[in-house]
Design a protein around this ligand. Structure first.
Ligand code: HEC
Length: 218
């Protein structure tokens, strides 16, 4: 399959998500070359009755507008794990952990096809401390070698794309679900000066740090 074929399917894929079965028929004609892909796509449309082709987990809010901790994030698509341990940051890293980053799978499916994060995409960053140091540089020695090894979980950050709801913070909402365990059940929206400013200034794509996630990078 050529990249072009995939891309054109993707653009139409977004439309299908909104309009369902009727548009699927149109696609079958448009993506003339990509027979196998078209067949698979049409099948997935009929599986859910044609209302939408991609199943997504969307953000949920309390009545007062706080974000509810997304369920089953450990089953989402894992995109990367930047590491900033205390030992390499003068003993006081802002985030002294692995940052295990996941994207909601339905949003990832759409991103693969369109190259854009759809409205209501969610990212989940679970923080995970390293196991206690054995060496002065914070590392320890395990059977696989000398290095940093994941230990206790330590809270989470979540971002949600919604260009209307979060217009003041670049189209993404930023939430912290504790910087310790257990994670909070709900979280309040953070102001631009806490989170968004940094993402808006330096993240590579649409305020997401795709430069650290090969799966999402162009
Ligand atoms: C000083 C810069 C900076 C600030 C402030 C900041 N972040 Fe980030 N954020 C990053 C970087 C760099 C990454 C890339 C992964 C990593 O190193 O953790 C990231 C990644 C993330 C991710 C994973 C998805 C993505 O966009 O790559 C989430 C979720 C996230 N941050 C939420 C938050 C929240 C919530 C706050 C505020 C409480 C916040 N961030 C404040 C720099 C920042």
């Amino acid at each position: 399959m050529t990249w072009d074929g995939y891309q054109s399917l993707g653009e139409k894929g977004t439309i299908v998500e909104k309009k369902g079965m009727r548009t699927t028929l149109l696609i079958t004609g448009v993506v003339f070359g990509a027979v196998a892909v078209t067949a698979a796509f049409a099948q997935s449309a009929s599986n859910d009755g044609g209302a939408s082709t991609i199943k997504r987990q969307l953000p949920e809010y309390t009545e007062s507008g706080d974000l509810i901790l997304p369920k089953n994030f450990n089953e989402w698509v894992f995109v990367g794990s930047p590491l900033t341990p205390n030992a390499l940051n003068d003993g006081k890293a802002n985030f002294p952990e692995f940052h295990n980053v996941y994207i909601e799978p339905g949003s990832y499916e759409i991103y693969k096809k369109t190259g854009e994060f759809p409205e209501r995409t969610m990212f989940f960053k679970e923080l995970q401390l390293t196991l206690p140091a054995e060496n002065p540089d914070g590392s320890r020695t395990e059977l696989s070698g000398r290095g940093f090894f994941p230990g206790k979980l330590n809270g989470a950050d979540v971002t949600v794309k919604d260009t209307k709801r979060y217009a003041e913070t670049g189209g993404w909402g930023y939430y912290n679900f504790n910087h310790h365990e257990p994670k909070a059940a709900t979280a309040k929206l953070q102001p631009k000066s806490e989170c968004a400013f940094c993402h808006m200034a330096s993240a590579k794509k649409d305020d997401v740090w795709t430069q650290f996630y090969p799966l999402l990078d162009d």
